[in-house]
Design a protein around this ligand. Structure first.
Ligand SMILES: [Zn+2]
Length: 313
Protein backbone atom coordinates (compact mmCIF):
# COMPACT_ATOMS: atom_id res chain seq x y z
CA UNK A 1 0.00 0.00 0.00
CA UNK A 2 1.17 3.45 -0.54
CA UNK A 3 0.65 6.65 1.19
CA UNK A 4 1.85 10.05 0.31
CA UNK A 5 3.71 12.52 2.37
CA UNK A 6 2.84 15.65 0.55
CA UNK A 7 4.17 18.85 1.90
CA UNK A 8 2.48 21.46 -0.16
CA UNK A 9 5.49 23.06 -1.72
CA UNK A 10 3.23 24.51 -4.34
CA UNK A 11 1.94 27.02 -1.88
CA UNK A 12 2.84 30.51 -2.54
CA UNK A 13 2.25 32.82 0.28
CA UNK A 14 0.18 35.84 0.32
CA UNK A 15 -1.02 37.38 3.44
CA UNK A 16 -3.41 39.82 4.88
CA UNK A 17 -7.19 39.77 4.90
CA UNK A 18 -7.92 37.52 7.69
CA UNK A 19 -9.95 36.30 10.43
CA UNK A 20 -10.42 34.15 13.31
CA UNK A 21 -7.79 31.94 14.79
CA UNK A 22 -8.14 28.96 16.96
CA UNK A 23 -6.98 26.91 19.80
CA UNK A 24 -5.17 23.64 19.53
CA UNK A 25 -6.29 20.07 19.05
CA UNK A 26 -5.23 16.46 18.98
CA UNK A 27 -3.29 14.22 16.63
CA UNK A 28 -2.97 10.63 15.55
CA UNK A 29 -2.54 7.55 13.15
CA UNK A 30 -0.46 5.06 10.78
CA UNK A 31 -0.25 2.48 7.90
CA UNK A 32 -0.19 -1.22 7.33
CA UNK A 33 1.38 -3.66 4.98
CA UNK A 34 0.37 -7.16 4.15
CA UNK A 35 2.69 -9.69 2.74
CA UNK A 36 1.37 -11.65 -0.16
CA UNK A 37 2.21 -15.27 -0.14
CA UNK A 38 3.91 -16.47 -3.24
CA UNK A 39 2.64 -19.84 -4.24
CA UNK A 40 5.27 -22.49 -4.42
CA UNK A 41 5.56 -23.34 -8.08
CA UNK A 42 7.62 -26.42 -8.34
CA UNK A 43 7.56 -27.87 -11.75
CA UNK A 44 7.58 -31.59 -11.63
CA UNK A 45 8.31 -33.74 -14.58
CA UNK A 46 5.99 -36.61 -14.60
CA UNK A 47 5.86 -39.75 -16.48
CA UNK A 48 2.46 -40.91 -17.43
CA UNK A 49 -0.72 -40.04 -15.93
CA UNK A 50 -0.26 -36.46 -15.00
CA UNK A 51 -2.27 -35.76 -11.88
CA UNK A 52 -4.79 -33.04 -12.09
CA UNK A 53 -3.58 -30.00 -10.26
CA UNK A 54 -5.63 -29.36 -7.22
CA UNK A 55 -7.10 -25.91 -7.03
CA UNK A 56 -6.08 -23.85 -4.06
CA UNK A 57 -8.80 -23.22 -1.56
CA UNK A 58 -10.11 -19.75 -2.19
CA UNK A 59 -11.93 -18.25 0.74
CA UNK A 60 -12.96 -14.70 1.41
CA UNK A 61 -9.93 -12.49 1.80
CA UNK A 62 -9.28 -11.65 5.42
CA UNK A 63 -8.20 -8.15 6.25
CA UNK A 64 -6.50 -8.61 9.55
CA UNK A 65 -5.01 -5.13 9.70
CA UNK A 66 -5.91 -1.55 8.95
CA UNK A 67 -5.35 -0.40 5.41
CA UNK A 68 -5.37 3.23 4.39
CA UNK A 69 -3.97 5.96 2.20
CA UNK A 70 -3.62 9.67 2.69
CA UNK A 71 -1.49 12.44 4.04
CA UNK A 72 0.30 11.30 7.17
CA UNK A 73 1.19 14.79 8.17
CA UNK A 74 0.04 17.55 10.51
CA UNK A 75 -3.30 18.88 9.28
CA UNK A 76 -3.64 15.89 6.94
CA UNK A 77 -5.97 12.94 6.80
CA UNK A 78 -6.36 9.30 5.79
CA UNK A 79 -9.16 7.20 4.39
CA UNK A 80 -9.08 3.48 4.88
CA UNK A 81 -10.60 0.22 5.89
CA UNK A 82 -10.73 -1.30 9.35
CA UNK A 83 -9.83 -4.97 9.87
CA UNK A 84 -12.59 -7.50 9.20
CA UNK A 85 -14.80 -8.07 12.22
CA UNK A 86 -14.12 -4.65 13.73
CA UNK A 87 -16.84 -3.63 16.14
CA UNK A 88 -15.17 -0.43 17.30
CA UNK A 89 -12.14 1.54 16.18
CA UNK A 90 -10.41 4.74 17.13
CA UNK A 91 -7.54 7.03 16.35
CA UNK A 92 -6.13 8.05 19.69
CA UNK A 93 -9.06 9.35 21.71
CA UNK A 94 -11.30 9.81 18.69
CA UNK A 95 -13.73 7.10 17.74
CA UNK A 96 -13.85 6.32 14.04
CA UNK A 97 -17.24 6.43 12.38
CA UNK A 98 -17.13 3.17 10.49
CA UNK A 99 -19.25 2.80 7.39
CA UNK A 100 -21.04 -0.51 6.87
CA UNK A 101 -18.18 -1.85 4.78
CA UNK A 102 -15.64 -0.89 7.45
CA UNK A 103 -14.32 2.18 5.64
CA UNK A 104 -13.41 5.25 7.66
CA UNK A 105 -11.94 8.75 7.70
CA UNK A 106 -9.37 9.93 10.25
CA UNK A 107 -7.18 13.01 10.51
CA UNK A 108 -4.28 14.67 12.31
CA UNK A 109 -4.37 17.97 14.05
CA UNK A 110 -2.17 20.87 13.03
CA UNK A 111 -0.28 20.38 16.30
CA UNK A 112 -0.16 16.60 16.21
CA UNK A 113 2.87 15.51 18.21
CA UNK A 114 4.05 13.09 15.55
CA UNK A 115 2.74 9.78 16.78
CA UNK A 116 -0.57 8.09 17.23
CA UNK A 117 -2.27 4.78 16.90
CA UNK A 118 -5.26 3.27 15.18
CA UNK A 119 -6.89 0.61 17.30
CA UNK A 120 -9.71 -1.78 16.48
CA UNK A 121 -11.59 -4.11 18.75
CA UNK A 122 -12.75 -7.17 16.82
CA UNK A 123 -15.87 -9.25 17.36
CA UNK A 124 -13.70 -12.00 18.84
CA UNK A 125 -12.36 -9.60 21.46
CA UNK A 126 -8.97 -9.28 19.80
CA UNK A 127 -7.45 -5.80 19.61
CA UNK A 128 -5.55 -4.70 16.50
CA UNK A 129 -3.20 -1.76 16.91
CA UNK A 130 -1.40 0.21 14.23
CA UNK A 131 1.22 2.74 15.23
CA UNK A 132 1.37 5.86 13.11
CA UNK A 133 4.04 8.43 12.43
CA UNK A 134 2.81 11.88 11.47
CA UNK A 135 5.34 14.13 9.79
CA UNK A 136 5.70 17.72 11.00
CA UNK A 137 5.01 20.68 8.75
CA UNK A 138 6.66 24.04 8.56
CA UNK A 139 4.09 26.68 9.35
CA UNK A 140 4.23 30.28 8.38
CA UNK A 141 5.41 31.88 11.62
CA UNK A 142 5.81 35.61 12.08
CA UNK A 143 7.72 36.86 15.11
CA UNK A 144 6.74 40.36 16.10
CA UNK A 145 8.23 42.58 18.72
CA UNK A 146 4.97 43.77 20.17
CA UNK A 147 3.05 42.52 23.15
CA UNK A 148 0.00 40.39 22.62
CA UNK A 149 -3.12 42.46 22.98
CA UNK A 150 -3.47 42.87 26.72
CA UNK A 151 -6.52 42.03 28.69
CA UNK A 152 -9.32 39.73 27.70
CA UNK A 153 -12.63 40.35 26.09
CA UNK A 154 -15.24 42.41 27.85
CA UNK A 155 -17.97 40.82 29.91
CA UNK A 156 -20.47 42.12 27.38
CA UNK A 157 -18.63 40.40 24.55
CA UNK A 158 -18.33 37.14 26.44
CA UNK A 159 -22.05 37.18 27.15
CA UNK A 160 -22.76 37.57 23.46
CA UNK A 161 -20.11 35.09 22.40
CA UNK A 162 -20.99 32.13 24.58
CA UNK A 163 -24.29 31.24 22.88
CA UNK A 164 -22.51 31.51 19.52
CA UNK A 165 -19.83 29.09 20.63
CA UNK A 166 -22.51 26.75 21.97
CA UNK A 167 -24.36 26.82 18.65
CA UNK A 168 -21.15 26.05 16.75
CA UNK A 169 -20.27 23.24 19.14
CA UNK A 170 -23.74 21.72 18.92
CA UNK A 171 -23.72 21.87 15.13
CA UNK A 172 -20.39 20.09 14.97
CA UNK A 173 -21.64 17.26 17.16
CA UNK A 174 -24.40 16.37 14.70
CA UNK A 175 -23.99 13.10 12.89
CA UNK A 176 -25.90 13.25 9.65
CA UNK A 177 -24.63 10.14 7.89
CA UNK A 178 -23.35 12.25 5.00
CA UNK A 179 -20.78 10.55 2.79
CA UNK A 180 -18.95 13.57 1.40
CA UNK A 181 -15.84 12.44 3.28
CA UNK A 182 -15.36 9.73 0.63
CA UNK A 183 -15.09 12.30 -2.19
CA UNK A 184 -12.21 14.21 -3.69
CA UNK A 185 -12.92 17.73 -2.44
CA UNK A 186 -13.13 20.71 -4.77
CA UNK A 187 -12.38 24.37 -4.05
CA UNK A 188 -15.51 26.12 -2.73
CA UNK A 189 -14.43 29.12 -4.79
CA UNK A 190 -11.29 30.08 -6.64
CA UNK A 191 -9.38 33.30 -6.17
CA UNK A 192 -6.37 34.81 -4.52
CA UNK A 193 -5.25 32.94 -1.41
CA UNK A 194 -5.03 35.68 1.19
CA UNK A 195 -4.25 33.55 4.23
CA UNK A 196 -2.89 30.06 4.72
CA UNK A 197 -3.95 27.50 7.29
CA UNK A 198 -1.63 27.28 10.28
CA UNK A 199 -0.14 30.75 10.01
CA UNK A 200 0.78 32.08 13.42
CA UNK A 201 2.22 35.14 15.09
CA UNK A 202 4.55 35.01 18.05
CA UNK A 203 4.33 38.12 20.19
CA UNK A 204 7.62 38.60 22.01
CA UNK A 205 7.87 34.86 22.48
CA UNK A 206 4.22 34.38 23.30
CA UNK A 207 2.39 32.42 20.60
CA UNK A 208 -0.93 33.78 19.41
CA UNK A 209 -3.65 31.55 18.04
CA UNK A 210 -2.97 30.14 14.58
CA UNK A 211 -5.09 30.69 11.50
CA UNK A 212 -7.65 27.90 11.54
CA UNK A 213 -8.58 27.81 7.87
CA UNK A 214 -7.66 29.07 4.45
CA UNK A 215 -8.72 32.51 3.18
CA UNK A 216 -9.78 32.93 -0.42
CA UNK A 217 -10.46 36.40 -1.76
CA UNK A 218 -12.24 36.25 -5.12
CA UNK A 219 -14.13 39.48 -4.53
CA UNK A 220 -17.23 40.56 -2.66
CA UNK A 221 -20.44 38.74 -3.51
CA UNK A 222 -18.87 35.89 -5.48
CA UNK A 223 -20.82 32.65 -4.99
CA UNK A 224 -19.14 29.72 -3.25
CA UNK A 225 -20.12 26.06 -3.33
CA UNK A 226 -20.04 22.96 -1.15
CA UNK A 227 -16.60 21.34 -1.61
CA UNK A 228 -18.16 17.91 -1.05
CA UNK A 229 -21.57 16.40 -0.31
CA UNK A 230 -23.00 17.05 3.10
CA UNK A 231 -25.78 18.29 5.30
CA UNK A 232 -26.01 21.90 6.47
CA UNK A 233 -25.87 21.78 10.27
CA UNK A 234 -25.63 25.53 10.82
CA UNK A 235 -26.55 28.47 8.57
CA UNK A 236 -26.96 31.79 10.34
CA UNK A 237 -25.98 35.41 10.01
CA UNK A 238 -24.76 37.82 12.64
CA UNK A 239 -22.06 35.90 14.48
CA UNK A 240 -19.72 38.35 16.18
CA UNK A 241 -16.51 36.98 14.62
CA UNK A 242 -17.71 34.67 11.85
CA UNK A 243 -20.47 36.91 10.51
CA UNK A 244 -22.57 34.84 8.11
CA UNK A 245 -21.61 31.28 8.99
CA UNK A 246 -22.36 27.97 7.28
CA UNK A 247 -21.25 24.61 8.67
CA UNK A 248 -21.61 21.52 6.50
CA UNK A 249 -21.23 18.02 7.92
CA UNK A 250 -19.49 15.69 5.46
CA UNK A 251 -19.93 12.60 7.64
CA UNK A 252 -17.21 10.43 9.12
CA UNK A 253 -16.64 13.09 11.80
CA UNK A 254 -15.53 15.67 9.21
CA UNK A 255 -17.10 19.10 8.73
CA UNK A 256 -16.46 22.36 6.89
CA UNK A 257 -17.12 25.90 8.10
CA UNK A 258 -17.50 28.92 5.80
CA UNK A 259 -17.19 32.35 7.37
CA UNK A 260 -17.97 36.00 6.59
CA UNK A 261 -20.68 35.21 4.02
CA UNK A 262 -22.58 38.17 2.64
CA UNK A 263 -25.44 35.85 1.71
CA UNK A 264 -26.50 32.37 2.72
CA UNK A 265 -28.69 30.46 0.29
CA UNK A 266 -29.11 27.17 2.19
CA UNK A 267 -30.99 26.24 5.34
CA UNK A 268 -30.12 24.15 8.35
CA UNK A 269 -30.98 20.51 7.74
CA UNK A 270 -30.63 20.82 3.98
CA UNK A 271 -28.67 18.19 2.05
CA UNK A 272 -26.17 19.72 -0.34
CA UNK A 273 -24.23 18.19 -3.20
CA UNK A 274 -20.64 18.86 -4.12
CA UNK A 275 -20.54 21.98 -6.27
CA UNK A 276 -23.89 23.31 -5.09
CA UNK A 277 -24.07 27.06 -4.42
CA UNK A 278 -24.41 27.61 -0.66
CA UNK A 279 -23.51 31.25 -0.09
CA UNK A 280 -21.70 34.36 -1.28
CA UNK A 281 -18.36 35.78 -0.22
CA UNK A 282 -18.47 38.77 2.08
CA UNK A 283 -16.78 40.52 4.98
CA UNK A 284 -19.34 40.07 7.72
CA UNK A 285 -18.11 39.49 11.27
CA UNK A 286 -14.49 40.24 12.01
CA UNK A 287 -12.86 40.53 8.62
CA UNK A 288 -10.57 43.14 7.15
CA UNK A 289 -11.86 42.65 3.63
CA UNK A 290 -14.17 40.39 1.65
CA UNK A 291 -12.98 36.79 1.65
CA UNK A 292 -14.11 33.27 2.34
CA UNK A 293 -12.51 31.64 5.36
CA UNK A 294 -12.89 27.87 4.91
CA UNK A 295 -11.93 25.57 7.73
CA UNK A 296 -12.13 21.80 8.16
CA UNK A 297 -12.38 19.86 11.39
CA UNK A 298 -12.37 16.20 12.29
CA UNK A 299 -13.54 15.93 15.88
CA UNK A 300 -11.25 18.49 17.57
CA UNK A 301 -8.49 18.20 15.00
CA UNK A 302 -8.04 21.23 12.75
CA UNK A 303 -7.08 20.29 9.21
CA UNK A 304 -5.44 22.02 6.27
CA UNK A 305 -7.97 22.49 3.45
CA UNK A 306 -5.13 22.62 0.92
CA UNK A 307 -4.39 18.97 1.56
CA UNK A 308 -7.94 18.16 0.49
CA UNK A 309 -8.06 20.11 -2.74
CA UNK A 310 -4.52 20.49 -4.03
CA UNK A 311 -3.25 23.50 -5.92
CA UNK A 312 -5.76 25.81 -7.51
CA UNK A 313 -5.74 25.72 -11.29
ZN1 LIG B 1 -9.32 33.18 7.76
Amino acid sequence: MSWIFAIPAFLSLAALTSCVSSEAATPVEAPAETAAETPDVTAVEQTSPAPLPSLPQVGPAQNTRFSFTGEMTQGGFIRGMAPDGTVQASLGENKLELAEDGSFFAAFDRDSDGSGALTATLNNGQVVREELIITPREWQIQRVNIARRPGGSSAAFRARRQPELDAIWDARQMKTGATGWTQQFIWPVKGRISGLFGRQRIYRGEPGGYHSGIDIAPGNGVPFVAPADGVVVLARTGFSLEGGLIIVDHGGGLNSAFLHASQIVVEEGQTVRQGQHIGNVGSTGRATGPHLHWSLKWHLARLDPLLFVGPMN
